[in-house]
Design a protein. Structure first.
Length: 273
């Protein structure tokens, strides 16, 4: 696992955006061999998406040959609802780049047969050759996508009942009314994310500090599902200083020293200026 500690949220977003852009550019995707990108929602990736939009408008990167698969979607929420993840992705990312609509894949939380929807989603990922890079965030309780504490670390796309903690956290998007927050969601599994050739997790703010501690300093646990990243051979965590409050001093210094020696932070921050 590689841990990158950026100064603040903006620096974290620029670093991650440049990193994703370089991965896509280096892959030289074509219609016959597209780059497959896993996409998250929530507050953490907004800055990353904003930066990728800027790079697209500057002509640095194209999404013409990129296929996307989103991590999750609420069950029972209309796709046109402002807080659906369909709306989030088109409002914050897809409407502003040159991606082909037919290359965008988001789970249907209103599917007549949820089990079939989930199985088909996994098959679509398999049919395109798997996900090259799965971006993601992390919940305050250490969940990744909607794989809540206690989820199987070998899980695949399925329906999950949300915890009270997640419902409370997400109520800020629903006028702080927990009664408006859907109680279930469709989500890729931990195993789905782990099958990607590379994973990039964003973690920012003091509210995520405990989760970051468990993800990189404690053992792998189904109670902190993002900790499974420890087992990925190409796992990356990009965080800001505020998220590092609960890291051991020795851990913090180790990763700061390592990234300084490698020069990797400055490299990606300055890559597409």
């Amino acid at each position: 696992m590689r841990v990158i500690i950026a100064k603040d949220y903006d620096a974290m977003s620029v670093w991650a955006g440049n990193y994703v852009a370089k991965r896509i550019i280096d892959a030289q995707p074509t219609p016959e061999k597209p780059f497959v990108l896993g996409c998250p929602t929530g507050s953490s990736p907004k800055g990353l998406y904003k930066h990728l939009i800027e790079l697209n408008k500057k002509g640095v990167i194209s999404f013409q040959n990129v296929i996307t698969f989103n991590m999750d979607e609420y069950v029972g929420l209309d796709v046109n609802h402002p807080e659906s993840y369909h709306s989030f992705m088109w409002t914050n990312f897809f409407n502003h780049i040159d991606i082909k609509p037919e290359n965008v894949h988001i789970l249907d939380g209103n599917a007549k047969d949820i089990a079939v929807e989930c199985a088909n989603y996994e098959k679509m990922i398999e049919d395109v050759g798997g996900i090259d890079l799965f971006m993601g965030g992390i919940g305050a309780d250490g969940h990744i996508a909607f794989n809540e504490p206690g989820s199987s670390l070998d899980s695949r796309t399925r329906v999950k009942t949300l915890t009270t903690k997640t419902i409370l956290d997400n109520s800020r998007f629903f006028d702080n009314d927990v009664n408006q927050v859907p109680k279930q969601a469709l989500t890729v599994g931990v195993g789905t994310v782990m099958s990607a050739r590379e994973v990039l997790i964003l973690c920012n703010g003091p509210q995520k500090a405990r989760a970051l501690h468990h993800m990189i300093e404690e053992g792998v646990s189904h109670m902190w599902t993002a900790s499974m990243l420890q087992m990925h051979r190409h796992g990356n965590v990009v965080c800001d200083e505020a998220a590092c409050e609960e890291l051991r001093i020795s851990t913090y210094n180790y990763f700061k020293d390592k990234q300084q020696l490698e020069g990797i932070v400055d490299y990606y921050l300055n890559l597409y200026k």
